[in-house]
Design a protein around this ligand. Structure first.
Ligand code: ATP
Ligand code: MN
Ligand code: MN
Length: 296
């Protein structure tokens, strides 16, 4: 799988590069990553990111002048992108944005997109959730060790229900646990994830909280299940973040989720080194998993 990425990296300019205007515009000033640098990153990781972004409705964080200047989230109005390279999906009169190819992803780079966020569904079945995300949000004064414990607890609770899960760094402060499944309506998906979050909070109220109340979060981890509603998003696997250092939301193996990991460990600058060294894709098999969410 990394093969194609290496080809793109070692060879000539990636496809679509010719259509980048202002390729030298700096997007991450602190680590000197330009618009061209971001395009090169995506060309290198295309085979890795594609399964997680292709044909899913997107929310895009656009920062036309880079990190530190004004950014905004865009979920609709495909017209502000290069229409020939981006898919538009009608959702009851709402226009959702999706991509299918590396060229589409590079059209997003051209438009100043620094982060790619995805729905837990595909454009072919927008009413069906096929991936849950548990987003662990540590409040102030929560140690990384506690976040690691929390992620393992989510994994173990899912495993008790015979559900396999996968984990990635958020590129920010936390971890995201991803559960691929055969598909459920949004109400079922959200209720299922809410029950799990609330059960963790009920069993260890000193550690976990299931409600979004910011003020109550000091010392606790918010088990954010709200990513699992219709139209909600989570940052895509392998998307960079518009934060200092250009961290990437990076899929890792469960045995890498230790005190040694940090949520911003992998970045646009060092991710390819990781991918080249990996013996196996830590998320291998995620697309082949067949499992059903239990009902209420
Ligand atoms: P961190 O580890 O710092 O929490 P995160 O990506 O998990 O990083 P959250 O604030 O927990 O950040 O949000 C989780 C996800 O919810 C985001 O990845 C994003 O897709 C979505 N999200 C959150 N806030 C917004 C917003 N204001 N507009 C659009 N999407 C949002
Ligand atoms: Mn989070
Ligand atoms: Mn959150």
């Amino acid at each position: 799988r990394p093969g194609a990425g290496e080809r793109a990296r070692g060879g000539a300019a990636p496809p679509g590069a010719a259509r980048l205007t202002n390729p030298q515009r700096v997007y991450w000033q602190d680590v000197d990553i330009t618009k061209q640098g971001l395009a090169d990153y995506y060309a290198s990781v295309w085979d890795w990111i594609a399964p997680h972004v292709v044909r899913r409705p997107l929310a895009l964080l656009r920062c036309p002048n880079g990190v530190g200047s004004e950014c905004f989230v865009q979920k609709h109005s495909h017209a502000t992108f290069d229409k020939s390279r981006i898919l538009s999906v009608d959702d009851d009169g709402d226009e959702l944005i999706a991509i299918e190819t590396l060229d589409g992803l590079l059209a997003l780079v051209q438009a100043g997109v620094l982060e790619v966020h995805v729905w837990g569904s595909t454009i072919d079945r927008v009413d069906v959730n096929d991936r849950l995300v548990f987003d662990l949000d540590p409040g102030p004064d929560v140690t990384w060790a506690a976040v690691v414990d929390g992620a393992r607890e989510v994994r173990d609770r899912l495993a008790e229900m015979k559900l396999e899960s996968f984990v990635k760094t958020s590129g920010g402060k936390g971890l995201h646990i991803v559960v691929p499944h055969d598909g459920a309506d949004w109400t079922t998906a959200k209720e299922f994830s809410k029950r799990l979050a609330y059960a963790m909070a009920a069993d260890a109220p000193q550690k976990y909280i299931g409600k979004m109340t910011k003020s109550a979060r000091v010392g606790k981890i918010f088990v954010d299940y709200l990513r699992n509603g219709r139209g909600a998003t989570a940052v895509a696997a392998y998307s960079p973040r518009a934060r200092p250092g250009a961290p990437v939301s990076t899929p890792v193996a469960w045995n890498e989720v230790t005190a040694k990991l940090s949520p911003a460990r992998w970045t646009v600058l060092n991710l390819m080194d990781r991918l080249k060294r990996l013996k196996a894709d830590p998320w291998a098999g995620i697309a082949a998993v067949r499992q059903r969410l239990p009902g209420p």
